[in-house]
Design a protein around this ligand. Structure first.
Ligand code: HEC
Ligand code: HEC
Length: 350
């Protein structure tokens, strides 16, 4: 008898599934993520958020949606522009609703599926949670989640997009955040000249100067800017003078509360670095020449603990770089530009 009931329940489930699927306009199409062969393993858990064409499409729509902000204008894409590797072109620190100014430089959005913590100080520990910060920050999108959801729930275009991606029309915060993550997870940049050389593709080769730059980079920079992502994802103090314009800035200490974490920031990836200017957490340097001059001559004790890798044998701070070495480093850094990514229609607003 028991067996019979189980069998019967099984049939009902089977039957109701089939029926439900028939009712859908569309069954979401699963998407396989293409990971470059020279990349590390994914850190984003896709088993908790199945990638589908429809989920990604919804995420992209949301990424460029001004209605996520209180003024109906400031979308994620407003501060994260594709041509600048999804940073905010022309702004040292971000400008949000009503022209309000934050205190950090917008970070590139690329390869985030391979990261474990987000923002300059690691305030967000999951990609799905990160967008809550800009949406609710008064200097960014100045909104609140219930209000965003009620806006989304009132537009017919979203009714269709949510139904296609998640089976019914309801816009919930979980669905909104998961769709945004799906879109961001697909934003992989791994097709620069550097990658092609490393993977032996298309007969790509470095010039003498680029090879020289790579050697200098490996000797003097790669301890922190390491691996295929050009970051070890740790928080470090690289001896930048504190910025009197933003006295509230404490770096990683804002998150950990630890005194020694003062002015530590997550080592940034250097992919597309030629396009993601201005540089550093507050965008203080307008070009890469200025960054290299800082590394050779601009470091100071800044009230925190400057990384020991940056302390020379004579006790001074900095990295010895001749002007020839700087020229070679610049040539190498330029090989990290991935024009396929910067022009990829899948990520473009229009
Ligand atoms: C007003 C400008 C602005 C808007 C709008 C904005 N961002 Fe950002 N974004 C920033 C800044 C500035 C940072 C660095 C924040 C920090 O370190 O405190 C950042 C960081 C991030 C990061 C972390 C990247 C990393 O490498 O850790 C992600 C992901 C991100 N934003 C996604 C989004 C999404 C999704 C939206 C829309 C919901 C959005 N942003 C809207 C300016 C903005
Ligand atoms: C001790 C670790 C360490 C070493 C060594 C190091 N960096 Fe950095 N680098 C950092 C940290 C941390 C930041 C972010 C600091 C900030 O924003 O306040 C950074 C920022 C940068 C930036 C700005 C990137 C952006 O998106 O804003 C560039 C470019 C850069 N480094 C290049 C180099 C080069 C080239 C070398 C070698 C000459 C080098 N770094 C050596 C830790 C290091």
């Amino acid at each position: 008898m028991k067996k019979f009931i189980l069998l019967y329940l099984g049939f009902i489930t089977l039957f109701s599934c089939a029926k439900n699927e028939e009712e859908y306009v569309l069954i979401p199409k699963k998407v396989e993520l293409k990971i470059p062969s020279n990349f590390p393993g994914l850190l984003y858990d896709l088993s908790q958020n199945l990638l589908t064409e429809e989920g990604i499409a919804l995420g992209k729509k949301l990424f460029y949606e001004g209605r996520l902000a209180s003024d109906g204008v400031i979308s994620c894409g407003f501060c994260h522009e594709q041509a600048s590797a999804f940073t905010h072109h022309g702004h040292t620190v971000s400008h949000g609703v009503d022209g309000k100014v934050g205190f950090r430089n917008a970070q590139p959005i690329q390869n985030l599926a391979f990261f474990s913590e987000f923002t300059w100080d690691g305030a967000a520990i999951h990609l799905d949670l990160q967008p809550i910060i800009p949406i609710t920050s008064d200097v960014e999108m100045n909104e609140n989640i219930p209000s965003v959801l009620s806006k989304l729930n009132s537009y017919q275009e979203y009714e269709v997009l949510f139904t296609n991606a998640f089976g019914d029309r309801e816009a919930t915060s979980e669905r909104m955040l998961k769709a945004l993550s799906q879109f961001m997870v697909t934003m992989i940049s791994g097709d620069s000249k550097y990658d092609k050389v490393i993977r032996n593709e298309e007969n790509a080769t470095f010039t003498e100067l680029e090879i020289n730059g790579l050697e200098i980079f490996n000797n003097k920079c790669a301890a922190c800017h390491s691996g295929a992502l050009f970051t070890d994802q740790s928080y470090r103090n690289n001896g930048l003078p504190t910025n009197p314009k933003f006295p509230e800035e404490e770096g990683r200490k804002r998150v950990s509360g630890l005194k020694d974490d003062f002015y530590k920031f997550r080592v940034p990836s250097l992919r597309n670095v030629a396009k993601s200017f201005p540089y550093m957490h507050d965008g203080r340097f307008g070009n890469l020449e200025a960054v290299l001059d800082f590394y050779s001559d601009g470091m100071t004790q800044n009230g925190g603990v400057v990384d020991t890798l940056l302390v020379k044998s004579n006790g001074n701070l900095g990295i010895d770089l001749s002007s020839q070495e700087k020229t070679a480093l610049l040539a190498f850094l330029n090989t990290l530009t991935d024009n396929t990514f910067l022009n990829d229609k899948r990520f473009a607003e229009f």
